[in-house]
Design a protein around this ligand. Structure first.
Ligand SMILES: Nc1ncnc2c1ncn2[C@@H]1O[C@H](COP(=O)(O)OP(=O)(O)OP(=O)(O)O)[C@@H](O)[C@H]1O
Length: 359
């Protein structure tokens, strides 16, 4: 598959302050990338840099192989063949749906314009709304118009800044699936920004997790979930709970049990914690064993209950106050119980004292 986008060591500064540094990523034709990360990490700045609204301080961007953008060689936004969809859609309020879509294709002949507009109206199920103004449309319909307008000039890359944040939760999933199918049908390469990990898993082929202007991890959603490469990625994606542990030979001990004969013994560094995913914890049915945790919060989920557990009776260096357990079983607040860790591939990370989730 041909490469549409290649970024090497991209850097951006605002007022001499580094906002993006050492960003490298590649996208093949038709791939959809979800950009994820905490507020202020630089997601929108990266989209604006690709679109040409922000200039590079370092590195290079290559679009479709032959277009090279670097600090010494800038290319104006209108010549980059990139379509952008803003969070508030930025439709022209005084233009109809059809006129909004026509905005970027005025160089085509009138009949070519009409053919392209009709095609897009049909593709985005807007035909019956073509004469309406943006204020006469729902949020979802306005978003379709924004997508149609961005697709009209046949861009090589589509950028979407939080495309689903203004859509009510009930329609969001349906719309995400529909737009994903549309982009796939058109073999359109796209990058979208989101705060929501569920959107990434529904909409993206690849996920890029950013933190403080850097790209921490890039990969398929399933890879990033199963093998997060650092504490920030695992924690931002809320992959599990962090509990302390101690190591003795091949035995790894926690407040909820010891895993023996660990072959891949994780190195214990300062501030290292074990990541426990909800599927790694199970309740021991044998009540004669006593208890090692207490239920200190309960929330209801579609599948059952989400319990927050705190360790009880553990030596002080192994205590924890938050371990997630999902179960259909009904437990009471304050109830003591015994849980164990199922043997699994251990994920151990050092906690960064300055990371965003500590604030
Ligand atoms: N025009 C600007 N001038 C100076 N600093 C800016 C400018 N635009 C953004 N920044 C700073 O750059 C950093 C990254 O901002 P950006 O909007 O790209 O983050 P983001 O990840 O998209 O955040 P959010 O998720 O909240 O939209 C922030 O610290 C922000 O304050």
């Amino acid at each position: 598959m041909s490469e549409i986008l290649n970024l090497q060591q991209v850097a951006v500064n605002f007022d001499d302050k580094s906002i993006l540094s050492d960003i490298g990523l590649q996208l093949d034709c038709g791939e959809i990338l979800g950009l994820l990360g905490p507020s202020g990490c630089g997601k929108t700045t990266l989209l604006n840099t690709l679109a040409g609204f922000v200039t590079l301080a370092g590195g290079e961007i290559r679009i479709d192989g032959d277009m090279l953008i670097s600090p010494k060689h800038n290319i104006a936004p209108e010549h980059r063949h990139i379509g952008m969809i803003f969070q508030d859609y930025a439709l022209f309020p005084h233009l109809t749906v059809a006129q909004n879509i026509a905005f970027g294709i005025t160089k085509l002949t009138k009949s070519e314009q009409k053919q392209r507009i009709d095609e897009l109206l049909e593709l985005l199920k807007l035909t019956e709304h073509s004469g309406r103004y943006p204020h006469q449309l729902s949020g979802g319909q306005q978003q379709r118009v924004a997508i149609a307008r961005a697709l009209a000039p046949r861009p090589k890359l589509l950028l979407l800044d939080e495309p689903f944040s203004n859509i009510d939760a009930r329609l969001r999933n349906e719309l995400m699936l529909e737009i994903r199918q549309l982009l796939k049908k058109l073999q359109m390469t796209a990058i979208f920004v989101t705060h929501n990990k569920d959107e990434v898993f529904t909409f993206a082929d690849k996920v890029a997790v950013m933190h403080q202007g850097k790209l921490l991890q890039l990969g398929k959603p399933v890879e990033v979930c199963q093998q997060p490469n650092c504490w920030q990625v695992a924690d931002f994606l809320q992959l599990g709970s962090w509990i302390p542990y101690s190591l003795s030979g091949k035995d790894l001990t926690t407040a909820i049990g010891t895993l023996t004969d660990i072959t891949d013994v994780p190195k214990m560094g300062e501030n290292s914690f074990l990541l426990i995913k909800p599927q790694d914890v199970e309740i021991c049915e044998d009540e004669t064993q006593g208890h090692n945790v207490t239920v200190n919060h309960i929330s209801v989920t579609e599948q059952g209950y989400h319990y927050h557990l705190a360790s009880s009776n553990a030596p002080s260096q192994l205590t924890f106050d938050h371990l997630s357990l999902y179960s259909p079983q009904i437990l009471a607040l304050g109830q003591h119980l015994q849980v164990t860790i199922k043997p699994h591939d251990l994920l151990v990370f050092a906690k960064d004292p300055h990371s965003f989730f500590d604030n």
